[in-house]
Design a protein. Structure first.
Length: 299
């Protein structure tokens, strides 16, 4: 590029010299015919003027370095080099009088390139300046206090899940659902039909949070041999898991762990009927509780 410019300058200089020389001859001839009477006057001034004119017209282009800087706009932002305080501005970015990029919404993507001007402060954006909403809950990343909310979950203004039932409220608050409403045939692992509604509610919640690892724990009362109760609690946990997996395709079997606690973890007295009914329960526990807390913004 430099060699091309140099060649062009030389050509322009040659042309100018030729023109000036020709004009000098013409003027000299005219002066000789019109002012013969003044032939005795010194020619020094005329020669000096001619020399200065040639020097001025044939000096390198542009005439001064600062003129070259003012004439060039390397980054094409409309502010010439030498005045541009922010060289190498990305193409298409709007700039101020100093040549520095503008970013009115402060999202890190310059005006002119930003396809989503007016992005709220604190929102994470993509390369085009548009807000990102990774979990698709309608609350932008950067403002979303509960990233990773399950698809379809009801949320509040902070992007955190809102319980749609008492079962879900218990789950969101504690990371666990404990119920004695799942009824089985006496001393068996057969689920009674009257337990289907509560299982369906629980299944809907677990399906919504299917990426979490869950533990289903069966419990019994203390009636009967301890070993028998241990085996019965394991079989009941398995029966509950089978029901949920058969009915809710979103629940992942790989994320479900089964456990039987037998009679070892009572929550009420086994000395009366009401207490024993409470102890015959099933628990659904989140295993990766820290991940769950981050997703729900609950401590």
């Amino acid at each position: 590029m430099h060699s091309v410019r140099t060649a062009m300058r030389r050509r322009v200089q040659i042309v100018i010299i030729t023109i000036v020389g020709a004009l000098t001859i013409v003027f000299a001839t005219a002066d000789a015919g019109v002012h013969r009477a003044e032939k005795d006057q010194p020619q020094a001034q005329s020669e000096t003027n001619t020399t200065e004119a040639i020097h001025h017209l044939t000096r390198p282009w542009p005439f001064h370095r600062h003129e070259m800087e003012l004439a060039v706009d390397t980054d094409g932002d409309g502010i010439h080099d030498g005045l541009d305080k922010c060289a190498n501005t990305p193409k298409g970015a709007k700039v101020d009088a100093r040549g520095c990029p503008l970013d009115k919404d402060g999202d890190g993507v310059f005006d002119g390139i930003d396809k989503c001007p007016g992005t709220p402060k604190g929102v994470k954006v993509d390369a085009t300046g548009c807000p990102i909403d990774t979990d698709g809950d309608g609350v932008y990343d950067g403002l979303d206090k509960c990233p990773g909310t399950p698809k379809g979950a009801r949320i509040d203004a902070d992007g955190c899940p809102v319980a749609e039932s008492k079962v879900e409220e218990e789950f969101l608050d504690t990371g666990m659902i404990s119920t004695s409403q799942i009824k089985f045939a006496s001393d068996k692992d057969i689920i009674k039909p009257e337990a289907y509604p509560i299982l369906d509610k629980i299944g809907a919640v677990l399906a919504k949070w299917s990426d979490l690892k869950m533990e289903i724990v069966g419990h019994t009362d203390s009636q009967g041999p301890s070993a028998h109760n241990q085996d019965l609690s394991e079989r009941r946990a398995k029966a509950v898991s089978r029901y949920l997996l058969d009915k809710f395709s979103d629940i992942k079997a790989d994320n479900i762990k089964l456990k039987g606690a037998g009679e070892d973890q009572p929550i009420a007295s086994n000395s009366n009927k009401a207490g024993r009914a409470q102890n015959r329960r099933v628990e659904f526990k989140v295993v990766n509780l820290e991940k769950f807390k981050r997703k729900t913004n609950r401590q």
